[in-house]
Design a binder for this molecule. Structure first.
Ligand SMILES: Nc1ncnc2c1ncn2[C@@H]1O[C@H](COP(=O)(O)OP(=O)(O)O)[C@@H](O)[C@H]1O
Ligand SMILES: [Mg+2]
Length: 258
């Protein structure tokens, strides 16, 4: 029902221990011993109280932060640093204001040594087209609406054709209509097995958004974050928010959060 059925992990977090050290010498414990898997072709959601460590978790999954203890395995191998095989979309699009839309997307290909400049332009255009921004490739970020900036960020996260897409509250700053259309785009991209990404991890505080999109939702406790529960959503796609079955899942997640 939900895309390919190869149920092996693409990403494994094993016994992750992590804390932030503050200048005062204080240490904020974020994870004491956290383990979880993301499988191939899976769309995973992460929910949890504000400040529990969701964004930190995304950064650990991306190889941007090294845990103090424990292992991060990507496709079975230790993840030592960020890789173009893992795309990231942050809450704020963080585009470079002095580069055009096209150049912002091309920047994600900077380490692809096998691609010529023209290859990079073509590839970036394919993904700009996919998010409906072909007409804006020469525009600068300041000329774009919030929704358009989010589309650029999505194109940039996907242009390296990652196997795994990580999204940290990607739709939370958008107006409701833009959020609806971007959610649909991400879902159909993920459902299209011939295109990357295979798997998606999305952090959100919008529980209905998680139930609409995710196969499995991991609910975290407050710091140090542990898994409060995992909810598997068994509903046909596209999911109808108004159905009673839908709200059963929403309630289940709220119960785990409280
Ligand atoms: N770079 C940092 N240095 C120190 N503390 C941080 C840093 N980043 C986040 N924190 C703290 O760690 C906790 C978890 O942050 P975060 O992962 O952003 O949580 P969430 O995304 O779930 O809201 C918060 O209390 C936050 O203030
Ligand atoms: Mg966060």
């Amino acid at each position: 029902m939900n895309g390919p059925s190869i149920k092996e992990p693409i990403l494994e977090l094993r016994n992750i221990v992590f804390g932030y050290r503050l200048r005062k010498g204080e240490n904020i414990r974020i994870f004491d011993d956290l383990s979880l898997d993301v499988k191939y072709a899976e769309f995973i959601g992460i929910a949890g109280p504000s400040g529990c460590g969701k964004s930190t978790l995304i950064r650990i999954m991306a190889g941007l932060i090294k845990p103090e203890k424990g292992e991060v395995l990507f496709r079975g191998k230790p993840l030592k640093k960020p890789t173009p095989r893992i795309g990231i979309m942050f809450q704020s699009p963080a585009l470079f204001p002095w580069y055009t839309v096209l150049e912002n997307v091309m920047l994600a290909l900077i380490h692809e040594k096998d691609l010529s400049e023209n290859d990079k332009i073509e590839r970036a255009r394919v993904f700009l087209d996919m998010v409906g921004l072909t007409a804006f490739e020469s525009a600068y970020p300041a000329e774009l609406s919030g929704g358009m900036k989010a589309r650029v960020a999505l194109a940039r996260a996907l242009v390296s054709q990652p196997d795994l897409l990580l999204m940290d509250e990607p739709f939370s700053n958008l107006d409701p209509l833009t959020a609806i259309s971007l959610r649909r785009e991400v879902e159909s991209l993920w459902l299209n097995q011939s295109m990357p990404p295979s798997s998606v991890v999305m952090v959100s505080h919008d529980i209905e958004e998680l139930v609409e999109l995710c196969d499995r939702i991991i609910v975290l406790t407050k710091r140090p974050a542990k898994i409060a529960g995992v909810v598997e959503v068994d509903l046909d796609r596209p999911r109808q928010r108004r159905s009673p079955e839908f709200y059963k899942y929403v309630d289940e997640i709220y119960t785990l959060l409280s």
